[in-house]
Design a binder for this molecule. Structure first.
Ligand code: CA
Length: 222
C-alpha cells in the first residue's frame, strides 16, 4: 500500500511520514501542487492525502484535474478550512473524504482504512501502471495509447496482476483466476499464457512491467 502526501507544511509531512510508515504504508511526498499532480498522474498510489492550500496549484484543482484525467486514486483532503461549504466543495471536486486540521493520527488511520475498504468494494474500472491502462468497462487494454488485443485468458491474468500491482501473485492464485480453482496444469499453461501476455505488453518496450518471481509466481511493477 503506497500513499502520496501532497502537503507544504514540512513539520506535518514529517509526522505523517513516520506515522504512516509505522502502519507499514510506503510513503511518497510532494511539497507543492504541481509536483503533487505530476506524481499522482505518473504513479499508481493506493491513496492520496491532499492539502488544499498549496503553492503552485491548490488541492481542489489537483483533485478535479485527476478525476478529469480518469485517475480515480482515493483522495482524502486535508484542510484547515472546516466550513460546510468548503467540505462540500472538496467532495464535489472528487475527493473521497476530508480531514480538518488539526487531526489525530488515529482518526487519520481510521479514515484511510475506511476509504480503502469502500474503494475495494466498488473496484475501480480503470487500472493504470506507467503507460499501461486497463479499462474494464470498455474491456480494453492499451500501452502508450495503443490498443493491445488480448485473449480472454491473457486479459484475466493481466486483470489480477494489475489489481494487485506491486505484489507478487503466486501461481495458484493466477490459475484460479484465469482457469478456475479445479484446473490442474498439464502443459505448463500458466507460463505459456504469461509468455504470450508479456510479448504483447512488454515485447517491444524498453521498460518491462511483468516480472517473474522465481519459485513463487509473477508480479506487475515498474
Ligand atoms: Ca498548506
Amino acid at each position: 500500500m503506497s500513499i502520496l502526501i501532497v502537503e507544504d507544511e514540512k513539520k506535518l509531512v514529517d509526522i505523517l511520514k513516520i506515522a504512516l510508515k509505522g502502519e507499514r504504508y510506503s510513503v511518497d511526498v510532494a511539497y507543492d501542487g504541481e509536483d503533487g499532480l505530476a506524481k499522482a498522474t505518473k504513479n499508481n498510489y493506493s491513496l492520496i492525502l491532499l492539502d488544499i492550500m498549496l503553492p503552485k496549484k491548490d488541492g481542489l484543482t489537483i483533485c478535479r484535474e485527476l478525476r478529469a484525467r480518469e485517475i480515480h486514486t482515493p483522495i482524502i483532503m486535508l484542510t484547515a478550512r472546516g466550513s460546510e461549504e468548503d467540505r462540500v466543495e472538496g467532495l464535489n471536486a472528487g475527493a473521497d473524504d476530508y480531514l480538518i486540521k488539526p487531526f489525530g493520527l488515529n482518526e487519520l488511520f481510521a479514515r484511510i482504512r475506511a476509504v480503502l475498504r469502500r474503494r475495494k468494494k466498488t473496484d475501480s474500472d480503470v487500472s493504470k501502471v506507467a503507460d499501461l491502462v486497463m479499462d474494464r468497462k470498455k474491456h480494453e487494454v492499451t500501452r502508450s495509447g495503443v490498443v493491445v488485443p488480448l485473449t480472454p485468458k491473457e486479459y484475466k491474468l493481466l486483470d489480477i496482476l494489475l489489481s494487485n500491482y506491486g505484489e507478487a501473485i503466486n501461481r495458484r492464485k493466477l490459475i484460479d483466476h484465469a482457469w478456475g480453482p479445479s484446473f490442474e496444469e498439464t502443459n505448463n499453461e500458466l507460463n505459456v499464457h504469461i509468455k504470450y501476455l508479456r510479448n504483447k505488453i512488454d515485447g517491444n518496450k524498453s521498460k518491462s512491467l511483468i516480472h517473474t518471481i522465481r519459485g513463487v509466481g509473477f508480479i506487475l511493477k515498474e
